[in-house]
Design a protein around this ligand. Sequence first.
Ligand code: SAM
Length: 250
Amino acid sequence: MSERFYSDARLYDRLFPAREPAVDFYRAEADRQGGSVLELGCGTGHKLIPVASDGHPCVGLELSPDMLAEAQRKAVERGVELDWVQGDMREFDLGRTFDLVIIAANSLLHLHETSDLVDCFRSVRRHLAPGARLVFDVFNPSVQMLALADGVRRRREALSFVDPDRGVVHVDVAETYDAAAQVTRGRWYFSTESQADVVVVPLEIRSIFPQELPLLLSLGGLRLVERFGDWSGGPFTGDSAVQLCVCESD
Ligand SMILES: C[S@@+](CC[C@H](N)C(=O)[O-])C[C@H]1O[C@@H](n2cnc3c(N)ncnc32)[C@H](O)[C@@H]1O
């Protein structure tokens, strides 16, 4: 349901530019682990291109052809070599293993069914070299925030950005929370000063609650060995905005 959100990679990059603390976190994880890196749902390469520029052999796997093409274009522009694969993180076989697998910026939350998450973790496990790790980040669901998802369209001023072709772009979002599915179903409206709703796209994101996360991993043959609550490696608590998870094979 969220494919259309990722069909305009340049719009995505303006809406969500790379954030240094997150990029630095993944660079440090890659350096600590050493060796090769696979990113699932690599998008336009916010994390993977810097990691590859540090000298790690990298592969990026991504569902959206448009995001992948933009990642490829940026890597060539920056003179960074890495491999790109179009694929689905639920089921893939690259015929080799990696020292580190990463899934950054909530990409995992595009898998809504428990079976999809478990399939993904099983696929990851098959691609882990001895001693390798899976590191990923997902948001920590806040019941207060989920309760605010009342379906009303509201402007998100903080997300406004400037597009060289369209000028200032405003972003409105209307969201509802499906508590049975644990999925927030949103509609994102992009408007310029001269034209309302130039782009309207759905975005659906699952919540993974802290206590279910290690259970999902264990069903996929993985073990949560560490969970941080911020990009500088602080401890995870109920108030943390993110769950930064470090996992190994069971
Ligand atoms: C929020 S973006 C994050 C991109 C990138 N990881 C980053 O840190 O900027 C989520 C990405 O996951 C991709 N994605 C969603 N479902 C996927 C799937 N089943 N397999 C592979 N990629 C997927 C989307 O196309 C999108 O590029």
